[in-house]
Design a protein around this ligand. Sequence first.
Ligand code: FES
Length: 249
Amino acid sequence: MSLNDETITELHELGSRYPEARSALLPMLHLIQSVEGYVTNEGIELCAEILGLSAAEVSGVATFYTMYKRRPMGEHHVGVCTNTLCAVMGGDLIFERLKGHLDVGNDETTEDGKVTLEHIECNAACDFAPVMTVNWEFFDNQTPESAVELVDALRAGETVKATRGATITSWREAERVLAGHEDGLVDEGPAAAGPSLVGLKIANERGWAAPTIKGSKSKKAKVADDKEGAVKQADTSRAESETIAEDKK
Ligand code: FES
């Protein structure tokens, strides 16, 4: 698909959302990827023209961030975290198994065009290590076997749900969401669960709280201050309206 009038209109809309138009470059590049499957030269030229930047400036951004791709992607992006914790918990094994099973190397796409495999850095989900992502949705506590089952299901076109509930769509659809368009799936699955909340649970049970930073007020003191401020504000407003009423007599 090439960049048609509808996409060009959407790119202009993104550019007009920000006080500084160039701030829209990141979502614009995601939109380009959602349509073209990667950041094409045509997409770079178009973003540059709309934002009044040089193609080199746009290209510099598109090649700096790893979420932007300069080669066509498969229907699904499958990421395997091989950063320290996931690696020692099995991420390296998973990645090796998938490379062999899919017959691809890092950042390569299967012959059927269904899966692009990439080893990814820490996704801030270490408490569920080793994790994988499909189109940036999390698959927690994976094993080489579950990883193979997952990619087989994706290649077979089966309905796949992420561990935390989200239905897997496609990489292009996920890119459209990253460009700021709703897909109606935002409420699928919990925002935080399991190991992520264990520390909070223990702290609540034991009455622990973070120490107050010198010079800042505790939450309790802030609430008290807010209440006092609200009472003073109410008193002032009442006094003002009484004065106005008196003046009108
Ligand atoms: S090391 Fe894998 S999510 Fe942090």
